[in-house]
Every structure is written in C-alpha cells, then in structure tokens.
Design a protein around this ligand. Structure first.
Ligand SMILES: [Fe+2]
Length: 398
C-alpha cells in the first residue's frame, strides 16, 4: 500500500530508553550486563506463578553462574501493581542490602518493580503520594540498576516509562511516569513458553491494543507509526501460532518483539478509550488488563473509525487486508472484523456478560465515571461523553 496523506502534530518527542537485547537464552547475559551497570547484589522481583512454573529457576540459574550475588527473591506480587505491595517490596530490597534489581514477570510484576526502584532511588517509603503526582519528571535522577525480563508478550512494561498502579483503597488505577525506567530489557522467548494459552491470548490482545491505540492516538507521530504497524503485522501472523503451539520459540520470539514494538509505540503516543475502559473494569471488578482490552478493542475501534480513517487504513493494511483502492472507512471496518476473527481464532470469546459485570445502569455508571476520569481517554481520536462510554460498555455485553 502507498503511504496515505497522513497528518500528525508537527511537534513531538521520542523517548528512547532502555537498551533492548533479544535472543532465546539471553538471560545468560544477566550477570555480565548487571555488572556493566554497576550492580553487585540483586533482588529478583517476580510472582508465585512464575516461581511455581519453574521460570524463576531459569533466571536464578543464570544469575548463579555469574559474579552477581542473589540476595533475595520477592515473589509476593499479585495481579496489578498494588501500592501496599510496592511499599513492602522496597522494605524487602533494603533489608536484603541489594543494590540492583531484576524484574521477571508480566505487567504487574514489572510495574511493581519499577515503582519499588523509584522508592529506593528517591529514598521514599510510600508510593501513594508519588502515584497521585502522576508525572515524576521534575528533578528526576537515575535509579539503581534494573534489568527487566518479560514473561508475557503484551504489556511492554519493560520498555515504557509508565507504571499503572492499583490504589486498593479507592478501587482505581493510576498511571505514573518516571524518565528512568529499566536500564535493559532482555527479551528471552524461552521464558514465555510455559504461559497458558488463555494468558498468551489476552496479553497478545493487550499488545495489539497498544499498537492500534498508539497509531490512532491524538499524539500519533511517524516513529510510533513505524513501530505500531510492524507490531500489528507480527501479531496477526504469530499470535495464533503462539496460542496453539506454546513451545514454538519462533512464534514466541516474534510475539515478544511485537509486544516491545507496540510498547515503544504507545509509550510515546499514549493509548485511548480501550485502555481507559479496560482500566475502569480492572479497577472496579478485577478484570485482567489484557482481557478487558480484548473485549473493548473492536467495540472502540468501530466507534473511532470515522474519526481517523487514514490511520485505520494503514492498520487494515498491516493486518494483511488487501486495501488497494478501498475507501478508508470501509478498510477500517474490515480491520474491526479482522480483530473479531483473530479473537475467535485464539479462543477469546468472553463478553462483559460472561465476566458477570453488573449491567444495571446505576452500577455501570460507576465504571463509566472511572473510564471518563482515566488519563488515557483524552488521547482517543474521537471525543467521548459519558453517554458514549456507557454505550460502548453495553455493546461489550454481547
Ligand atoms: Fe495495556
């Protein structure tokens, strides 16, 4: 497809951290790379699922074969980066006398670890007031050495400077950014082969949502377009294979690369109404982030097509749809159908009804209000009133 007459804001900045290393087995370089960063005593931040699956042992073995000293494994992280657990993580890090960290896990683990490193680096004990500040850029200083190894292919927290934390006292998710994210992102697809099919599917939908929303965001720009469009190509080719053949390293590797590319895309341009509505479902009802995105993505895309037709034309093309000579809005609608077909193919058939989300207007309006107040809603290419958000949720019940 020829490049369309696409518009973007003439002022944008491109944030470019961390260093990214890719290879099956790249974890064996952990000791050397941490040594280069000046780290000597490491704490691994992870969760019990990763420990029980034997994935933490793969990384512990790699650390033990190096000069890096393992001083502790903090595996109390649960779904979503909870402020109480972040604070406990910082206590653990200090008690163990660590001077560097490895984050091993999905988005909840990597976000928790990022927040712990901010507490340690800033000499603070409580993340709550920092979370409420949202942007921690003024006077920000480099943080202790931090290497992130994702065990899912979706969140891309290993490359973004954003942290989404759950404030359990209010049931809301807060997004915080700090310019010093991980120093190195190590993409080792061998760490993802034990991921169950369902989680592979919905974390893959998170990656797809990052790419689609990153390309259609009000902050869209050409560097992010390049990242997001290639992520879409890879996801449409390799996500079904990764779901059906969990041990396929080629598919797992391409999905990790796709996730990272999509993260670089949205990390610079932000997201939109899919993330806002999914965050609200997560905050109020504990819906896993990728699943919430997977449910909301086609519904929100349908709503947005007419607001950014040329952007959806590029997206349709990247999905493999033959858009030559096609009206951009028609191409965008075909892209929506392609997402629905992909979801079926990977077994993601859930609706909000299946998740027992209360449909009564009085209850649903609480979720609508949370979505309307979410920072990501302002980047959506089409303006939404609360009534629009309500309609989107209603459509997601079937
Ligand atoms: Fe996401």
């Amino acid at each position: 497809m020829q490049y369309p007459d696409i518009q973007f804001d003439p002022l944008f900045t491109w944030f470019n951290r961390p260093r990214i290393m890719y290879s099956p087995g790249i974890r064996k370089e952990l000791g050397f790379e941490m040594g280069q960063l000046g780290g000597t005593k490491v704490v691994i931040f992870t969760d019990k699922g990763i420990v029980n699956a034997g994935v933490a042992d793969m990384v512990i073995e790699a650390v033990k074969g190096s000069d890096l000293k393992l001083v502790g494994v903090f595996d109390d992280i649960v779904q979503d980066a909870r402020i109480d657990i972040i604070n406990r993580g910082a206590v653990f890090y200090r008690e163990k006398g660590a001077d560097c960290m490895i984050a091993l896990g999905g988005g909840s683990v990597m976000d928790t670890a990022k927040a712990v490193n901010i507490l340690v680096g800033m000499g603070e004990n409580d993340f709550q007031p920092l979370a409420e500040m949202a942007a921690l850029w003024e006077g920000a200083k480099p943080l202790p050495p931090h290497i992130a190894l994702p065990t899912t292919a979706g969140t891309a927290s290993e490359v973004t400077n954003a942290i989404v934390v759950l404030d359990t006292s209010q049931g809301v998710k807060l997004a915080v950014t700090h310019p010093y994210n991980a120093d190195v992102a190590m993409l080792d697809p061998e760490l993802t082969v034990k991921l169950p099919a369902k989680i592979t599917a919905f974390t893959g939908m998170d990656a797809l949502t990052h790419a689609v929303e990153g390309i259609t965001s009000t902050g869209a720009e050409p560097i992010a377009d390049a990242m997001g469009l290639h992520a879409i190509r890879l996801i449409f080719k390799y996500l079904p294979i990764a779901v059906k053949e969990p041990g396929n390293i080629e598919a797992r590797g391409h999905m990790q690369i796709a996730s990272t590319l999509a993260g670089l895309c949205f990390g610079n341009t932000m997201t939109g109404a899919v993330h806002a509505t999914a965050h609200a479902l997560g905050g109020k009802y504990g819906v896993p982030h990728g699943l919430g995105n997977g449910i909301m993505l086609p519904v929100v895309m349908e709503f947005n097509v007419e607001a950014a037709p040329l952007r959806f034309l590029m997206i349709a093309d990247a999905m493999g749809i033959n858009v030559k000579g096609m009206d951009p809005i028609r191409a965008g609608k075909k892209a929506v159908k392609a997402v629905r077909d992909l979801k079926k193919d990977i077994g993601l058939t859930e609706t909000l009804a299946d998740l027992n989300i209360p449909k009564k207007k009085k209850d649903l309006m609480k979720v609508v209000e949370a979505a309307a107040g979410d920072s990501q809603i302002s980047y959506n290419p089409r303006y939404l009133e609360e009534a629009d958000i309500y309609k989107l949720y209603i459509k997601a019940f079937k």
